[in-house]
Design a protein around this ligand. Structure first.
Ligand SMILES: NC(=O)c1ccc[n+]([C@@H]2O[C@H](COP(=O)([O-])OP(=O)(O)OC[C@H]3O[C@@H](n4cnc5c(N)ncnc54)[C@H](OP(=O)(O)O)[C@@H]3O)[C@@H](O)[C@H]2O)c1
Length: 240
């Protein structure tokens, strides 16, 4: 069955790979992002529809929901990133520290809460929600890791909420993934080598690793997997 798939943050990196993966099945795919020009270019490249939307803005998210059709089968809350990497210098005043924390919570937690809330009624039984967390939630981290940890906690509650409607909700926590704009040019060679060195398979993750995992979670065979965090990191963080 052809599905209708919404991927927030689909212009670049992992989101683009996820959108392309579903499109390869012939699914109808919609991607969102803030930079309308870049979003439209990606949509044309991978043959999907695009709707410009800042997932942290409730008005824009409501407009997105209104623009979508009646039904959705897959929602991938990909929009996010470490907003600390996008700001020059460290926050100093208490106001600046709190603003910096709010930015990461908005970008990584409330973006997913807003989009999910706005489109929940469109998701058909058999459908799935995939939230994108981070290995950063497991390590000494700042507001970014805290926001992704909160996303995982919310995902568990979301699963309980949507299970009776025939939907699943899971979170994928990627380790270091190359070929994305996540680090905004701030990943030095030493740090990159350390991130790869922490894996068991000795390589960086690729957007396709996450795309295949999302695709599996949206498959019929994954129908009994819900409320879970799936770590995709080459062994850089292990579970029991
Ligand atoms: N790369 C890694 O190593 C890694 C590891 C763990 C988790 N992650 C997570 O994976 C997800 C995808 O990141 P990526 O690595 O693919 O980096 P990326 O290339 O920077 O992609 C992020 C995408 O999200 C969009 N976006 C950001 N904020 C948005 C917002 N408020 N509303 C709508 N779109 C928004 C960006 O486009 P616009 O700027 O045009 O909006 C961009 O297309 C993020 O949630 C990130 O935290 C990444």
């Amino acid at each position: 069955m052809k599905r209708i798939v919404l991927v927030t943050g689909g212009s670049t990196g992992i989101g683009k790979a996820v959108a392309a993966r579903f499109r390869a099945d012939g699914d109808t795919v919609i991607i969102t992002g803030r930079n309308a020009e870049r979003l439209a270019a990606t949509a044309a490249e991978i043959d999907v529809r695009s709707i410009a939307c800042d997932a942290t803005d409730p008005g824009q998210v409501a407009d997105l929901a209104a623009e979508l059709g009646e039904h959705l089968d897959v929602l991938v809350n990909m929009a996010g990133g470490n907003t600390d990497l996008q700001r020059p210098g460290e926050p100093e005043s208490l106001e600046e520290v709190m603003a910096a924390w709010r930015e990461n919570l908005d970008a990584n937690l409330l973006s997913a809460v807003a989009t999910t809330t706005a489109v929940l009624d469109k998701l058909r039984p058999g459908g799935t929600i995939v939230n994108i967390g981070s290995i950063g939630a497991e390590y000494a981290s700042t507001s970014y890791g805290a926001a992704k940890a909160a996303l995982a906690a919310w995902n568990a509650g979301l699963s309980a909420q949507v299970g009776p409607k025939g939907l699943t909700a899971n979170l994928i926590a990627p380790g270091y993934i190359e070929e994305t704009e996540f680090f905004h040019g701030q990943l030095g060679e030493q740090k990159r080598t350390a991130l790869i060195g922490a894996t068991h398979n000795g390589r960086a993750g690729r957007p396709g690793d996450i795309a295949e995992t999302v695709h599996f979670l949206a498959s019929e065979g994954a129908g009994h997997i819900t409320g879970q965090t799936l770590h995709v990191n080459g062994g850089a963080y292990t579970t029991r």
